[in-house]
Design a protein around this ligand. Sequence first.
Ligand SMILES: *[C@@H]1O[C@H](CO)[C@@H](O)[C@H](O)[C@H]1NC(C)=O
Ligand SMILES: *[C@@H]1O[C@H](CO)[C@@H](O)[C@H](O)[C@H]1NC(C)=O
Ligand SMILES: *[C@@H]1O[C@H](CO)[C@@H](O)[C@H](O)[C@H]1NC(C)=O
Ligand SMILES: *[C@@H]1O[C@H](CO)[C@@H](O)[C@H](O)[C@H]1NC(C)=O
Ligand SMILES: *[C@@H]1O[C@H](CO)[C@@H](O)[C@H](O)[C@H]1NC(C)=O
Ligand SMILES: *[C@@H]1O[C@H](CO)[C@@H](O)[C@H](O)[C@H]1NC(C)=O
Ligand SMILES: *[C@@H]1O[C@H](CO)[C@@H](O)[C@H](O)[C@H]1NC(C)=O
Ligand SMILES: *[C@@H]1O[C@H](CO)[C@@H](O)[C@H](O)[C@H]1NC(C)=O
Ligand SMILES: *[C@@H]1O[C@H](CO)[C@@H](O)[C@H](O)[C@H]1NC(C)=O
Ligand SMILES: *[C@@H]1O[C@H](CO)[C@@H](O)[C@H](O)[C@H]1NC(C)=O
Ligand SMILES: *[C@@H]1O[C@H](CO)[C@@H](O)[C@H](O)[C@H]1NC(C)=O
Ligand SMILES: *[C@@H]1O[C@H](CO)[C@@H](O)[C@H](O)[C@H]1NC(C)=O
Length: 635
Amino acid sequence: MKTTATALALAGFLSGAASIPNDAAREVSPVQRSFPNAPDAYTPADVDCPANRPEIRLGSSLSQNETSWLETRREKTQSALRDFFGHVTIRDFDAAAYLDRVSNNSSDLPNIGIAVSGGGYRALMNGAGAIKAFDSRTENSTSEGQLGGLLQSSTYLSGLSGGGWLVGSIYINNFTTISSLQTTEDGDVWQFQNSIFEGPDEGGIQLFDSVGYYRDIYDQVQHKEDANYETSITDYWGRALSYQLVNASNGGPSFTWSSIALSNEFQDANMPLPILVADGRFPGELVISSNATVYEFNPWEFGSFDPTIYGFAPLEYLGSRFENGSLPEDESCVRGFDNAGFVMGTSSSLFNQFFLQLNDTGLPDFLTESISGLLGEIGEDNNDIAVYSPNPFFGWLPELSPYANERNLDVVDGGEDLQNIPLHPLIQPARHVDVIFAVDSSADTEHNWPNGTALVATYERSISSTGMSNGTEFPAVPDVNSFVNLGLNSRPTFFGCDSSNTSAPLIVYLPNNPYSYFSNFSTFTPSYSEEERDGAIQNGYDVVTMGNSTGDSNWSACVGCAILSRSFDRTNQQVPAICTQCFDRYCWDGSTNTSAPGEYAPTTIVDTQEDAGSGVFPTVFSTVVAVSVAIFTTV
Ligand SMILES: *[C@@H]1O[C@H](CO)[C@@H](O)[C@H](O)[C@H]1NC(C)=O
Ligand SMILES: *[C@@H]1O[C@H](CO)[C@@H](O)[C@H](O)[C@H]1NC(C)=O
Ligand SMILES: *[C@@H]1O[C@H](CO)[C@@H](O)[C@H](O)[C@H]1NC(C)=O
Ligand SMILES: *[C@@H]1O[C@H](CO)[C@@H](O)[C@H](O)[C@H]1NC(C)=O
Ligand SMILES: *[C@@H]1O[C@H](CO)[C@@H](O)[C@H](O)[C@H]1NC(C)=O
Ligand SMILES: *[C@@H]1O[C@H](CO)[C@@H](O)[C@H](O)[C@H]1NC(C)=O
Ligand SMILES: *[C@@H]1O[C@H](CO)[C@@H](O)[C@H](O)[C@H]1NC(C)=O
Ligand SMILES: *[C@@H]1O[C@H](CO)[C@@H](O)[C@H](O)[C@H]1NC(C)=O
Ligand SMILES: *[C@@H]1O[C@H](CO)[C@@H](O)[C@H](O)[C@H]1NC(C)=O
Ligand SMILES: *[C@@H]1O[C@H](CO)[C@@H](O)[C@H](O)[C@H]1NC(C)=O
Ligand SMILES: *[C@@H]1O[C@H](CO)[C@@H](O)[C@H](O)[C@H]1NC(C)=O
Ligand SMILES: *[C@@H]1O[C@H](CO)[C@@H](O)[C@H](O)[C@H]1NC(C)=O
């Protein structure tokens, strides 16, 4: 096995041995929240197996790791909620006292999830505004009318595609804050002024000039291929992406997603559980929204609760040749396959489309040829794929799984099944989530605003007869025309307020809309000025807080009511009067208006932009959009 100079430079303080035993890798840096613990940088490599050989487990329950982690997290969210209700007051109701009273039975306490949708950089930025508003570490976010502390009170944070970049960038960078990712001082990370074609400027988180940047990406992927792992265009994409999202030299090729689980701060459950979502694509088929397999990457595992897979593989050992659910005696354990950038690239593999515009990018020839050659080999139909080979689910549940005979598992963008909000992991009955804050940055309408398509897709899957829903429940939502006609996509809306006949969570739908800034950038706009980035983040902040409750002075209280709603039902608590008013105002009342709406071009609520009023953001990269528009309307 080769050890490149790059690998050595990036492994940094590691010893430089080509293969580092697990335990040594685990000890590298106990203070960090994720670390560069891969044995050979980007290339998966053989390591000693642990005493209990890794195996696939049945998807009938949560993992033991998650179950025990949740016990610790419960204590943390309980005290965070008490803090939250210190500044979010529900008139004539003492929420902190209520929580204390019911806390002797932990299942009576609220269980909160946050889901951030896909939609490229627009989704990263809009979602970042939401997370910034929910994070008690953000300056002034715990002032009256604001929502700081919701992040600390949450159990789960899921992301897909562009939302997955957001979640990944936070967790791989030591659960950092949005404000730190936005900084322009030393240690800056989110520098989107240069597209991934140009690569970052020197002096930021990169060492080389542009040619060095490309050469480095090429070498990393080539090295994986030389080690006999199948590569796909997603490998290049994931590497390039990492230079913008991972705060380490050369896009941190040794950072693994599974390393999140090894840090002390995570093990102490001081943050929500991060989950990324991707879809399965059966060879030779397009993704069909009602029957696509939905996969999740959590810090311990990769797999699916769906009946087509119904199993989970230990993420750290992805790349090992599992067969029939176990690792045969003569097979080694492999680590380093779950590179963090590759995981984020998988969830956003649609953006492989960027690479189809090779002629416009000024890429050096060797890289163009390499990628074009690869595209030629796999054919245009397959250019959105991340190849997971060996398939960890080979031979697993052959009587149920259509993937049991596949040596390679094809995994694609989590939004390709139209479920562009990563709700699937959060509606699993085993997770008992009570309320989901669903941040939707989809580009559904002609001017790149959401229209409820993502919620409709998840709802329809939950009631479809394909068997894929497998016990999941989701509140009823109207059709997309009604979303637009009734304005359900231009302000927060609650779905599933009545819990009497369902175990579905309450959905707090938070659609992107122009509160203070037109953040409706095209999904395929590849670069952003700092002003654009910060404007979009600020807008996301204002949307979820309704302008720090200036849009409705009761808004923060209404969020508090949504958090407590399912708990109230379980404990037969009389609903405070103000909450009843909130539900009257924000719950979808079941009405519809299915007539085709006209052009949807909203104006800002706060008049802060000189050109406020059009809602039509000029897109520079219209060619890219034109090429992609037919297939990629929603993400
Ligand atoms: C990670 O964050 C924790 C908590 O904020 C901090 O104590 C630790 O020093 C950070 N680690 C690094 C490497 O920045
Ligand atoms: C997950 O659980 C298994 C068995 O319960 C344990 O051996 C392993 O160390 C845990 N993984 C992590 C990352 O905590
Ligand atoms: C919790 O306390 C309440 C009264 O304060 C009591 O009715 C209930 O049975 C207790 N539950 C448990 C699980 O101990
Ligand atoms: C926080 O609030 C203080 C006092 O109102 C104000 O001076 C400061 O600018 C605010 N900071 C931010 C980031 O809004
Ligand atoms: C990025 O890394 C640098 C150097 O380790 C550090 O100073 C900076 O705070 C980091 N930035 C973020 C957002 O984590
Ligand atoms: C998904 O549904 C389509 C249409 O019903 C069918 O052709 C296809 O075989 C299904 N795919 C899988 C993996 O079940
Ligand atoms: C897996 O199961 C198949 C079918 O039962 C069998 O032919 C094969 O030998 C098994 N593989 C291993 C490694 O046990
Ligand atoms: C790039 O240019 C070549 C030759 O001019 C052409 O054949 C090819 O189709 C172009 N590719 C794209 C993606 O436009
Ligand atoms: C809603 O979005 C979908 C794409 O997700 C689009 O096809 C449809 O035309 C849109 N409808 C309305 C009313 O905006
Ligand atoms: C989910 O699917 C698995 C595999 O088909 C099945 O055994 C299980 O009973 C299903 N669960 C529910 C709740 O339908
Ligand atoms: C909300 O508060 C934040 C931080 O305190 C501030 O930056 C922002 O401008 C405020 N938004 C509105 C619409 O007042
Ligand atoms: C705890 O609360 C749950 C949900 O309200 C209830 O089903 C369960 O019976 C309670 N447990 C005890 C011991 O009271």
